[in-house]
Design a protein around this ligand. Structure first.
Ligand code: GLC
Length: 409
């Protein structure tokens, strides 16, 4: 028996290595997956077209769009990667995937990604925080290449604030006053953001909480409760409209660009959309500032799938997309915050408010168990936003539940 097994094992080992090498050096048509292209004029699609114009016919890229919610996007990538586990060379494989910095390490730990060589992609030229989030938690292997960074901004109706001789708020107190007093006089909602039950809710809550001196690691602290209560009160008092409980990024952008809200919290991609006369009714009427408190750090990386048989093409495509000149172009056309540090020396590319927001941006809740923590937080916080009276009790309970998860109990 043993005599039969040993040669079989040797044979199997001999077979896997060349196959892996083939995949690593493989070239061919590939699929690139990103969230729905909500940029002004579909700039991600155009970037793929530019690759396709200069690439050989054998190395064309097909662009597949996922839902805009990062959670739904991840769920679909996970399902596909699981279906193709152990498979190479399937037309179904998503060769290059855009992965959110907040779940890149966990996604890699599940075995869905190929490790990448930092030197090949020259990641030393990139923002250190972004590179760190693309590595294993121990700082070891690199799983993806930072493509765009993200930090929240406060978009506001400058025409309206100018008319009453005011500037944008720098504190939540001012924001609340302007949203509840000025907005109704102009027939506007006060404030919109992303409050649907998904990752965007955690981003928006973390920012309100930080602005009140709390943080998501101390959910039962009075400052944290004050931040959550500020949002719940906003809904109860009506200066955050009820429908914002179902808003993600595009839905909140829609409310603001159609001229229905005084303030909107959103990412930098919203800027070029608001300037586009075909998509926006507020061209020339808006401006943006830093949030009244720190922003959550966001961003997207590009990764190579385990199932890809054309990994050389996949890596070349990632190099093309993350090249400084293409990052500059996406900054100009799509409003993306670059990951290349050199581009931050170009003030006309990275506006001062974006630079400041990025520099002060914070990690949502640092934890190797972030996945479990965020889904628990999403459930409870979404509920609490409708019930200001339950904030105290619910956050005490949530703090206990999260402590149990963090301790692996
Ligand atoms: C943006 C950010 C990402 C975040 C998501 C939440 O896409 O870049 O990091 O998780 O918004 O909705």
């Amino acid at each position: 028996m043993i005599r039969v097994l040993v040669p079989l094992v040797v044979l199997l080992a001999a077979c896997t290595t060349p196959a892996q090498d083939d995949a690593r050096d493989g070239t061919g048509p590939i699929t690139f997956v990103d969230g729905r292209d909500t940029t002004a004029g579909g700039q991600v699609g155009k970037l793929v077209e530019r690759w396709n114009e200069q690439a050989s016919r054998r190395e064309q890229v097909a662009f597949v769009q996922m839902p805009t919610s990062t959670d739904a996007h991840r769920a679909q990538l996970t399902a596909r990667a699981q279906d193709l586990e152990g498979v190479r060379d399937s037309a179904e494989c998503y060769d290059v995937m855009a992965v959110d910095m907040v779940w890149t390490a966990a996604f890699a730990a599940a075995g869905h990604l190929e490790a990448l060589d930092p030197v090949e992609f020259d990641v030393d030229r990139m923002l250190p925080e972004a590179v760190k989030a693309a590595k294993s938690p121990d700082g070891g292997r690199l799983w993806a290449i930072p493509w765009r960074s993200d930090a929240g901004l406060l978009y506001y109706r400058k025409d309206v604030l100018d008319a009453v001789g005011e500037g944008p708020p720098t504190t939540w107190k001012e924001l609340r006053r302007q949203a509840s007093e000025i907005a109704p006089r102009h027939n506007l909602h006060g404030y919109v953001g992303q409050f649907r039950r998904y990752e965007g809710l955690i981003v928006n809550t973390a920012e309100a909480v930080w602005a009140h001196g709390g943080d998501l690691e101390r959910l039962d602290a009075p400052e944290t409760k004050a931040g959550v209560r500020a949002l719940a009160d906003g809904f109860a008092q009506g200066w955050i409209p009820r429908e914002a409980r179902d808003y993600d990024e595009p839905a909140s952008l829609d409310a603001f660009r159609s001229g229905r809200a005084l303030f909107m919290r959103n990412w930098p991609y919203a800027g070029p959309v608001l300037d586009d006369a075909q998509e926006s009714q507020v061209v020339g009427k808006w401006a943006r500032a830093v949030l009244p408190g720190a922003s959550a750090l966001g961003g997207w990386n590009l990764a190579v799938s385990r199932c890809s048989a054309s990994q050389k093409t996949a890596r070349e495509f990632i190099k093309f997309v993350t090249r400084d000149d293409n990052q500059r172009l996406m900054g100009e056309l799509a409003g993306f915050a670059p990951t290349s540090r050199a581009l931050y020396e170009e003030p006309e590319l990275v506006a001062p408010e974006l630079r400041e927001s990025l520099l002060n941006a914070r990690i949502r809740r640092p934890s190797p168990h972030y996945d479990e923590l965020t889904s628990l937080m999403q459930e409870i916080l979404h509920h609490v936003l409708e019930k200001p009276d339950s904030v105290d009790q619910s956050l005490d309970r949530l703090a206990d539940d999260l402590a149990r998860v963090a301790e692996g109990r």
